[in-house]
Design a protein around this ligand. Structure first.
Ligand code: ATP
Length: 316
């Protein structure tokens, strides 16, 4: 994601929304600190971060639901929250109350009526996987079905800019795959999508650009490969009858964790670790070695407490 100066933004066809030098505090506690971000058409931007990092605050400011303390904000060339911006924006938020007396079909048709150029009804149904539930009252929906309805409502207006705040929470595997396909299709048709998720495989699978927030600041931005490259560790996994503590002192092992009979070692030098491992425990099974993924990069960059705890526990 490129930070661009104002003159560039005016001339760019691709910038859909942008914030510059954005600050927001709540009662003196900083939620966003001098944030700069451009959101482009045909892209999924994943905004990641631990609880309280500032993701929802950023989305709420871009939607005009919250006032920034200072900074410049442009959404579709308009102030955030303006009618013109709202008509071209869709949002699926974590907190949403729906009238329970309406059927799914009625919800969709009502939302379509709010927009000048709504998305075709059948297309909304297909994207959200709601064909079989059109006559169902929203009060009778399961958690995952309600998520699908909220997704449907977020795309009713044919948005140029779509915010998805943890969209797949509660969805089963099939519904999640359907959601991911819909997100890819919308992106390919030009929609700019801002996605927040704690499910890193979702970001890994969908995002063109990833922005990692910590304490309201962007501590890293780039694509999947950029994030993976920030961790030089390799992951060594195997099954063993020995407890994880036996492996903590192998050379180049930075972290050890255990799940049932499976042990995972993060190694800064896989060759060294493997040689010592095979000498120490020749009876290990199901050995795999792989590069670090987005999850390891996230933990590494965030100095995640869980990772520190694991390391401490094993080293103790
Ligand atoms: N209305 C509010 N009043 C006071 N503090 C707030 C308010 N909204 C957010 N905060 C604080 O601002 C910081 C950022 O919160 P935010 O909800 O943006 O984080 P988040 O990254 O979305 O977290 P999560 O992953 O838990 O949803 C947190 O410290 C939070 O406690």
């Amino acid at each position: 994601m490129q930070i661009q100066a104002s003159a560039d933004i005016q001339s760019s066809q691709h910038i859909v929304a942008q914030v510059s030098n954005l600050n927001k505090s709540f009662a003196g506690k900083v939620a966003l600190n001098n944030l700069n971000l451009s959101i482009e058409a045909n892209q999924v931007v994943a905004v990641l971060g631990a609880n309280g990092a500032g993701k929802t605050t950023l989305i709420n400011i871009l939607l005009g639901r919250l006032q920034a303390d200072d900074g410049e904000i442009s959404v579709l060339g308009q102030p955030a929250g303006s009618l013109i911006a709202k008509r071209q924006t869709g949002a699926m938020l974590q907190v949403a109350n729906l009238p329970e007396t309406l059927k799914i079909k009625e919800h969709i048709q009502l939302f379509q009526s709010y927009y000048p150029k709504p998305m075709d009804y059948q297309k909304v149904m297909d994207y959200a996987g709601l064909q079989d539930l059109q006559q169902r009252y929203s009060r009778k929906l399961s958690g995952g079905e309600k998520q699908r309805l909220l997704f449907a409502l977020s795309i009713c207006g044919n948005p140029k800019l779509l915010f998805l705040d943890e969209p797949s929470v509660g969805m089963d595997v099939e519904a999640r795959q359907g959601l991911w396909q819909a997100i890819r299709d919308l992106k390919n048709q030009g929609t700019a999508i801002v996605l927040t998720t704690h499910y890193l495989q979702e970001a890994e699978s969908l995002a063109d650009q990833i922005v990692l927030l910590k304490n309201g600041e962007i501590i890293k931005r780039g694509n999947n490969d950029d994030f993976r490259a920030s961790v030089s560790h390799k992951l060594i996994r195997f099954a063993s009858k020995l407890a994880s503590t036996h492996f903590a002192n192998l050379p180049a092992v930075a972290m050890v964790s255990q799940s049932g009979k499976y042990i995972s070692l993060q190694s800064t030098n896989a060759n060294q670790t493997l040689q010592a491992l095979l000498t120490l425990a020749p009876g290990i099974e199901d050995l795999t070695v792989q590069g670090a993924g987005l999850e390891e990069a996230f933990l590494h960059l965030n100095q995640n407490k869980q990772a520190v705890n694991l390391q401490t526990a094993v080293g103790a």
